[in-house]
Ligand binder design. Sequence first.
Ligand code: GUN
Length: 301
Amino acid sequence: MTARIISGTEIRESILEEIATEVDRLRAEHDTVPGLVVIRIGDDPASVSYVKLKSKTAQRLGFHQVEEFHPEDTSEARLLELIAQYNADPKVHGILVQLPLPRHFDEEKVLLAIDPDKDVDGFHPVNAGRLLIGEDVRFPPCTPAGIQEMLRRAGVTTEGAEIVVVGRSNIVGKPVAVLLMQKGETANATVTVVHTRTVDMAAHCRRADILIVAAGRPGLVQPEWIKPGACVIDVGVNRIGEKISPKTGKKVADLQGDVDFERAREIAGWITPVPGGVGPMTIAMLMRNTLRSLQLSLGQP
Ligand code: GUN
């Protein structure tokens, strides 16, 4: 069997078109557009490239968009001041602080400072709590929401499916498990989360109808761990070096997922590539959450 490739890049384009149409409507009917601030502290290469893509996408959609780039030695007090400024700015509907922050920041304190109504990442404890309860979920975290949307648009059934999530991070593993076990469409799954202390991770993975891998370890999932015909979602984006881009001739990061793609695609029924899989979906969901924040502020359901 050769797996069908689920292209995040293609799905992203249709989502962005839908968002652009809604932005045009809001501009015409309410004389307003979604506003997004992205804050990056320091020059971590992965963060530099993620934030650039987020800003570019917001610009392309006609959002009001602000970039705040500050040096590594910025104080926590200065960052909290910036957050307070944008919490109070009516043109801003979403505030994103790119993680990880340099070590001298208390990440929890920073996330708590963001107004939950502008927390388009869905990382504030109020929004994490809403997600867990499954009521009034305003901003589902972007990567988990992107995975759910990919499954929905690719026509992969989650109802009653055995889903195994590899990794228990607050950004991906935990929230995606919660999202897919909830009652609802593209959910209702039986979810197992495996992690570094799991005994016999391979045995759990082999049971999965849908295997979601967010471990951050290149090539961790071996082809023998995959049930024939399963859907494999690879969230890993590991920089294993640099290469020359065939398109531009410039040096770019050489990215590899957590799954051995070439061998896995011979066993799986569906698979996401790296790059071009989950990554573009995360950005599309950030735009959707920012649009939703504006809609909520206008009293639209
Ligand atoms: N770092 C890695 N992923 C994310 C994300 O989705 N949002 C933020 N703010 N930082 C990240």
